[in-house]
Design a protein around this ligand. Structure first.
Ligand SMILES: [Zn+2]
Length: 397
């Protein structure tokens, strides 16, 4: 689902304005690469909608005064919220500049029902808006991130670990209760959006983000746009097939998925296979992998082999992606740097062996620590993206 040229141009103008404001139309044209005519047309629309403010600056010389443009922070407010894997539900309320005006964190009740989860989230959002300085009517949109397989076009949850199977119309259920439009996306797409919108300095228009956690997820940006497939689903790197014959069974039901070897659940699962143990639940999976890290560091050859295999297969999966897409950068994020350090040698060797020589450059690969707060920043970025690209004020759908 790609943006129209006009939507993309509007988004581009607002992104550059946000970074350089206050800024003149002329400077905006050179920053964005768009023509003066396109800038004038887009700015006119945005001023009419109250999203952009004009300020005349007397230059002292002859000729027309310079007009500076900036985003009207009170032009709209948005809510960015996210459900973390086992932590609290985070809610940020942001202005149109992306600045946070209110932030809350709430533990939800344990449940396996998606409808109950949607009810709880609606209640938390209503309370968070009521406790903030922003009136309920001023909220233009709510963006929510879930660690789920979901259709981000319709806001339908298809599969969320430890919950009853979908599909469930999650965004609609919350929008009905709140009376505000709601957009839903996968947490990893939101992390990628946070990088694209809020990282400073580096080029963040073309990159692939990989998150090594209980599962294994990815998101790709190309030419400044998040890549979304025809089903509205993020890049499911974890479910690409890596062991074609007699592979391990994945949570998705298929055999030989990369996630069944290289995600934390796959690493722990292989240890359980080797010792004839039942796999632990997701709730204690991090404790189980922490024990494996200790064992590997103490010199246990079999455990070291499981981490090496995780790195080797992840390298093959990423090599296939690089050979097909040639991303500018790949960033691997994890909450557990100790796991990354145990797999990285095999991962790099596998990449060097499997990526086409012309395409391989170790400098394009970087590792980082996953910061849970980036999820809600990404949810806020998703809403900003939507508000910036929309032609009209948003209506509840
Ligand atoms: Zn799978």
């Amino acid at each position: 689902m790609r943006l129209t040229d006009h939507e993309f141009n509007r988004l581009t103008v607002l992104r550059h304005m946000r970074a350089a404001q206050p800024v003149s139309r002329t400077d905006l044209a050179s920053l964005s690469g768009l023509t003066g005519g396109t800038i004038t047309q887009i700015v006119r629309e945005l001023v009419q909608r109250g999203m952009v403010m004009e300020q005349r600056v007397e230059t002292g010389g002859r000729g027309r005064p310079r007009v500076n443009l900036s985003i009207n922070p009170q032009g709209a407010y948005a809510v960015g919220a996210t459900l973390t894997a086992e932590g609290p539900f985070l809610v940020d309320i942001i202005d149109l500049n992306g600045n946070c005006v209110s932030s809350t964190s709430t533990m939800l009740r344990g449940t396996q029902q998606l409808a109950d989860l949607a009810d709880q989230i609606s209640g938390v959002l209503r309370d968070a808006i009521a406790a903030s300085p922003v009136a309920h009517d001023a909220i233009a949109m709510v963006g929510i991130g879930l660690p789920a397989v979901l259709d981000n076009r319709t806001g339908t949850v298809l599969m969320l670990e430890t919950f009853e199977p979908g599909p469930y119309p999650f965004a609609d259920a919350i929008a009905r209760q709140l009376g505000v439009p709601v957009r839903l996306d996968n947490s990893i797409n939101l992390l990628a959006r946070a990088m694209h919108w809020f990282d400073d300095g580096s080029d963040v228009d073309d990159f692939t983000l990989v998150v090594l956690d209980l599962g294994l997820g990815a998101a790709c940006y190309q030419n400044g746009q998040l890549v979304i497939g025809s089903h509205g689903i993020e890049a499911e790197l974890g479910h690409t097939k890596i062991v074609p014959e007699n592979g391990r069974r994945c949570q998705c039901g298929a055999l030989g998925c990369l996630q069944a070897y290289s995600a934390i659940s796959g690493i722990v699962g292989q240890h359980c296979d080797a010792h004839g143990l039942a796999e632990p639940s997701y709730l204690v999976m991090r404790d189980a992998v922490a024990e494996m890290v200790q064992r590997a560091r103490a010199g246990d050859i079999a455990t070291q082999g499981i981490f090496r295999r995780a790195g080797h297969y992840l390298g093959i999966g990423l090599a296939n992606h690089i050979n097909m897409q040639d991303p500018d950068r790949i960033l691997i994020l994890s909450q557990h740097p100790e796991i990354v350090s145990l797999i990285s040698e095999a991962l790099l060797a596998s990449l060097a062996q499997n990526v086409l020589p012309h395409l391989w450059d170790q400098a394009k690969l970087a590792f980082g620590k996953l910061d849970a707060l980036s999820y809600s920043r990404g949810a806020a970025a998703m809403v900003l993206e939507r508000l910036y690209q929309a032609r009209e004020p948003l209506q509840q759908t």
